[in-house]
Write a protein of this length. Structure first.
Length: 708
């Protein structure tokens, strides 16, 4: 296999890549392009029908087994691409070139997204919403490593044509009033086949400069006007989005094409002055757009002041985890946690912080921001290398200038919005990744990386294999230890299985054991919601909860959460031990899966409620109800049940800990989860009433509701 970074260029694609696989990959790239850039069209609908045949539930945005499967497939393919790159980087190239420096930074930036699986702070990991990142990075690797010069230019033209199709939809739909986005206090805005103008305008920013450059490259007059027409459609679609960030960024990119000495368009006087005029119109228009003729920033400018409020909240989100960030797709959840009255009055619908650099910092911390800024620095070094070494008459030179103008507009828009690197901006993220890959491919046609001779390549391959072998030898004791823990866990689970089978037919011979029918229904629901909201849908183990616990433990570098379901807790309390060891956790997981085969959900709940620790030295719901309230479990009110369910994560040791603040926190935790998991049975007004009900404890203390 040969790579485009090599100095030895193959004569045909077949020499670089097997023909069949090359066709499949290119067809896949075209399909992805249509999927992301042309959603909700006849083209993407055909693809969706094909996907639905293979994966019927894949298009469900909620976490499902097919989305998780697709995530791990994407994860594995991305690791494969990274492994190939590292292998070639080590064994073939004599020295680094600007292209390799840029690719190195993109690989490191990609590593942040891969680590997110282990470090994200989100409660339920968004597998389905994270798939875009694999497509984005793999598109870059394919374009950079395996595209020939002609393929790279054709791919760019195809991308621009697909974006133009989206812009045609946008203009037509907006004109006919068929599909529009209505901003409060302003009116309709163009969205094309997307749901929001913020998803459309980044594609326009990418397409306009490159279309103008393609027009300049053409010799035939008809083709010149074809590309100019495409640029005009894109500009019109951009203006109809009425997006300030888009207008400003487009004005900057047009100004660059008109005034830069390196631009092929700056030498034509009429073209230059036309673009300067358009740039000024866009920059001045951005001051007045969506303000009803008033200057931006006036007291009634909802968009301006709402964005300021979002940025203030974003800084608070960043402060939660400033070094490593909160994780991919976590901003919406974090913004809700830090919601202020100032931001709430704007009724924000954003799922990102409306600033690319704040967005990266919120997700990956200062670490991610520094890596991204170094990536931009490497890109600028590559751009300077191009203008110094490429002949201006070369088509590749003109394409690179067009790509630079497009990326410049994206970086400028990033100061006011999040045009890329978000799941709602997957189309623009994919387009930028393809353009960066095309840029690397074009540069390496002119200045390929020198490679070692055959003897040195064989020596470095042998050394690479030795490094891998040493790494595997180092990992071998860890693998053996983990296998031993797995065997020990299986053995302990097998030893406890007869007890599980016994409880399937017999009740425990314990006078304090109480049947589920003799426990308040509110108590049962409160415990299920508080401890295991997905109790009735899983089969003993909530793998997503275990994943969440793994992430939290890795973040804290200690054991802070177990991720156990109610079934797993019963396995631990009744059939195993309470020790905190890996083998016991493995036994707990295996036994929980077997328990669901022998015990009903009701029996598992009975065992849990009769063995759970509610604090004050009491185990079981009967002792807890009598100890706290002097009642039988059947007589517990919703307010009392919420307190007891909320006590389970932090059971008090004595009465002194049962303060009004402690009671309020326990109740609030359980009531919020009741609202989340059983909203129809427990509407908000019922939960608020329970929160306001005074709590009378057995020892005479009365806890009155606090004002919050």
């Amino acid at each position: 296999m040969r790579f485009r970074f090599d100095s030895e260029q193959p004569s045909t694609t077949a020499q670089a890549f097997p023909v069949g696989l090359s066709i499949i990959v290119q067809a896949t790239l075209l399909s992805v392009m249509i999927w992301y850039v042309l959603p909700n069209t006849i083209f993407s609908d055909c693809l969706k029908k094909l996907v639905k045949i293979v994966l019927p539930n894949f298009l469900d945005s909620r976490a499902n087994s097919e989305a998780i499967f697709a995530y791990f497939v994407g994860y594995g393919l991305t690791l494969f691409f990274l492994a190939v790159y590292v292998y070639v980087r080590f064994t073939r190239w004599v020295r680094s070139t600007p292209t390799i420096h840029l690719t190195d930074m993109i690989v490191i930036f990609n590593g942040l997204y891969l680590l997110d699986f282990f470090l994200s702070t989100t409660e339920r990991f968004p597998f389905a919403l994270s798939l875009w990142m694999f497509v984005t990075f793999m598109s870059f690797y394919f374009c950079a490593l395996w595209c020939l010069k002609e393929q790279a230019i054709q791919l760019t033209q195809l991308l621009i044509l697909v974006i133009a199709q989206q812009c045609v939809y946008a203009v037509a739909y907006h004109t006919l009033g068929l599909r529009q986005f209505h901003s409060p206090g302003f009116g309709p805005r163009a969205v094309g086949t997307f749901d929001n103008p913020s998803h459309l305008y980044p594609l326009c920013l990418i397409g306009i400069p490159i279309s103008l450059v393609f027009a300049e490259m053409e010799v035939a007059r008809s083709w010149k006007w074809f590309w100019r027409g495409i640029a005009t459609i894109m500009l019109l679609a951009l203006m109809l989005t009425y997006t300030r960030a888009g207008w400003i960024a487009c004005g900057v990119s047009l100004g660059y094409l008109a005034l830069s000495a390196y631009s092929p368009l700056s030498s034509r006087k009429n073209t230059r002055w036309m673009m300067i005029g358009l740039a000024l119109i866009l920059l001045i228009g951005a001051i007045f757009v969506r303000t009803k003729g008033r200057v931006a920033g006036n007291p009634d400018d909802r968009s301006f002041w709402g964005r300021i409020a979002i940025w203030e909240t974003a800084l608070k989100v960043i402060a939660d985890h400033p070094i490593l960030g909160n994780g991919l797709n976590t901003y919406f959840q974090k913004q809700s946690e830090h919601m202020t009255l100032n931001l709430q009055r704007f009724n924000p619908m954003n799922t990102e912080p409306k600033n690319l650099y704040l967005h990266i910092t919120a997700e990956f911390g200062l670490t991610g921001l520094v890596i991204f800024l170094f990536l931009i620095r490497r890109y600028l070094q590559l751009y300077r290398f191009v203008i110094q070494t490429f002949p201006p008459s070369d088509d590749a030179y003109a394409v690179v200038i067009g790509i630079h103008a497009s990326l410049l507009s994206v970086f400028v828009a990033g100061f006011f919005d999040t045009p890329v690197l978000h799941f709602t901006r997957s189309a623009s993220s994919f387009a930028v990744a393809c353009l960066l890959g095309v840029l690397c491919s074009l540069v390496n046609q002119t200045n390929p990386a020198p490679i070692f001779d055959g003897v040195e390549i064989r020596r470095r391959k042998r050394r690479f294999r030795q490094i891998i072998a040493v790494g595997l030898i180092v990992l071998l004791p860890i693998v053996v230890y983990l296998l031993w823990l797995l065997g020990d866990g299986i053995k302990r689970a097998q030893e406890a299985l007869p007890q599980v089978q016994h409880f399937a037919k017999h009740y425990p011979k314990n006078a304090s054991f109480i049947r589920l029918k003799d426990i308040s229904e509110d108590m049962v629901y409160a415990v299920v919601a508080s401890e295991d909201g997905f109790f009735y849908s899983h089969h003993g183990v909530d793998w997503l909860a275990l994943h969440r616990a793994l992430r939290k433990n890795l973040r804290a570098m200690s054991f802070v959460q177990g991720g156990s379901t109610i079934t797993m807790q019963v396995a631990r309390y009744v059939f195993l031990s309470r020790e905190r060891t890996i083998s016991r956790k493995i036994a707990e997981i295996i036994l929980a899966l077997k328990m669901e085969r022998y015990l009903s959900k009701e029996r598992i709940l009975e065992l849990y409620l009769n063995t759970a620790r509610f604090g004050m030295g009491q185990d079981g719901i009967l002792a807890a109800a009598r100890n706290y309230f002097g009642k039988h479990p059947k007589d517990l009110t919703l307010s009392e049940a919420a307190f007891l369910a909320g006590v389970l994560p932090e059971p008090p040791f004595d009465r002194r800990k049962v303060t009004p603040e402690f009671v309020w926190r326990c109740q609030r935790r359980a009531l919020e989860r009741l609202c989340a998991f059983f909203p129809h049975k427990y509407p908000l007004e019922v939960l608020e009433k329970a929160q306001k009900t005074p709590l009378r404890l057995r020892w005479g203390q009365v806890i009155t509701p606090q004002r919050r």
